[in-house]
Write a protein that binds this ligand. Structure first.
Ligand SMILES: [Zn+2]
Length: 412
């Protein structure tokens, strides 16, 4: 990586893209592999720390292993302005998810420059944002605000490694039990790719997030009767997969009738799984999301009712078990307005949209830190958590400039 100063919007975008490409090569197979609290994430943190130091930021690693680079403002008594995201990825992840928010945050802070605003600007890389390794994500941001569960250290990954063990192996010691975001920052702005097709469809490179979706995850088990595929008349069957199939379609229909809601069944197992046996049991996982609390309540209630109806229609029974539920989180109107002004200042129409994915900004907002998100267009149909993840250089250049002016205003 060269030390040349990046100055024009095009040079800055080029440098952001070069850095994202360099991070993408860490743990590279089909995509990049940087599981949270793992070796790849650590290498990414080390690399970004070196870029922070190169840009003149003071670098700190906090008790959760989060990386924080500070650009001092002229008045250290004022609360700080934070920006950033995460550097871990799902298996074979893409180049932009998480990393863009950290790299663009560093670019914007460096462009603002030390001492030119009153508030200190901090660029943060949160640890273990993705939930796929241990079944629970947003670890670094939750730790920072004191929201670590008592069982957190015992959560295991697929190789039987616990959170506590992975944490200790990085030389971070014991899991922190209390938060330290005190005094609270004045605000937090997270830049992130949209991970969906809405901005591209609207012809907009940038968007401003209104709220982060509420979500609920359920195990649903349908029980019927096994039988011979050739001998049991249709009228006498209790086909558990038949019930599950009805439920999947009903859940889609329920979500389609609630504004902004989505329902996904991404895992379904029919048992015993023989081609000539009527399935006696079907297990599935339903992921339900809605942008506001009323929508999530309606979605959960109607999907739960749909499971019972689907079971009854196939002469089966249904068991519904809630695994997790996160309430929707509204973004802070004043902080979002600053982001909106920054987007409009580039001559763009600021597009408001909800986020269907969870983010560290939801944790910050829930902890009472005024938070906003700048969304950047996802190309290639909005594909994410995949090596095909793509965002054009035009959108990268605009996001860097919008974030810089939002930070200038918020830190003024
Ligand atoms: Zn992300």
């Amino acid at each position: 990586m060269s030390l040349r100063p990046a100055s024009t919007p095009q040079q800055r975008a080029d440098q952001v893209l070069e850095r994202l490409a360099e991070l993408f090569e860490i743990g590279r197979r089909a995509g990049t592999n940087r599981p949270g609290l793992g070796e790849g994430e650590q290498r990414a943190h080390d690399l970004v720390a070196s870029w922070m130091a190169e840009a003149g930021l003071s670098v700190e690693v906090d008790p959760a292993g989060n990386l924080i680079g500070r650009l001092p403002g002229s008045d250290p008594s004022l609360a700080e302005v934070w920006t950033g995201s995460h550097l871990d990825t799902p298996p074979d992840g893409g180049m932009f998810d998480g990393a863009l928010g950290v790299v663009a945050g560093l670019d914007a802070a460096a462009a603002v420059g030390a001492g030119s605003v009153r508030r200190t600007i901090a660029v943060v890389a949160f640890r273990l944002e993705e939930g796929c390794r241990f079944g629970r994500g947003v670890f670094g941001s939750r730790a920072m605000v004191g929201d670590i569960e008592p069982d957190e250290g015992d959560l295991l990954d697929a190789d039987g490694v616990s959170v506590a063990q992975a944490f200790a192996e990085l030389g971070l010691g014991r899991l922190p039990t209390r938060g330290w975001a005190d005094p609270k920052p004045a605000c937090f702005v997270e830049t992130h790719i949209e991970q969906g097709p809405a901005l591209a469809a609207a012809g907009a490179p940038l968007g401003v997030v209104t709220s982060i979706a509420g979500m609920a995850g359920f195990d649903v088990v349908f029980s019927g009767s096994r039988g011979h595929a050739g001998t049991v008349p249709m009228s006498l069957r209790s086909d558990a997969l038949g019930a599950a199939a009805r439920f999947v379609l009903a859940a889609h229909e329920v979500a389609g009738s609630i504004p902004g809601a989505v329902a996904t069944v991404g895992r379904l197992v029919a048992l015993p799984g023989a081609t000539n046996t009527i399935p006696g049991r079907a297990e599935l996982f339903a992921d339900l999301r809605a942008p506001d609390a009323a929508g999530l309540d309606a979605l959960v209630e109607r999907a739960t009712a749909a499971a019972a109806e689907a079971a009854a229609a196939a002469s089966c029974t249904a068991e519904v078990l809630l695994r997790w539920r996160y309430e929707p989180v509204a973004m802070d109107p004043a902080t979002a307005a600053a982001v909106r002004r920054a987007v409009a200042g580039l001559g763009l129409d600021p597009v408001d949209l909800p986020s269907g994915a969870g983010h560290d900004a939801a944790i910050m907002a829930t902890a009472g830190i005024p938070s906003a998100m700048l969304f950047v267009r996802s190309d290639a149909g909005g594909v994410s958590h995949a090596p095909e993840e793509s965002t054009g250089a035009d959108a990268i250049a605009l996001c860097a400039q919008a974030l810089e002016s939002a930070l200038r205003e918020l830190a003024a």
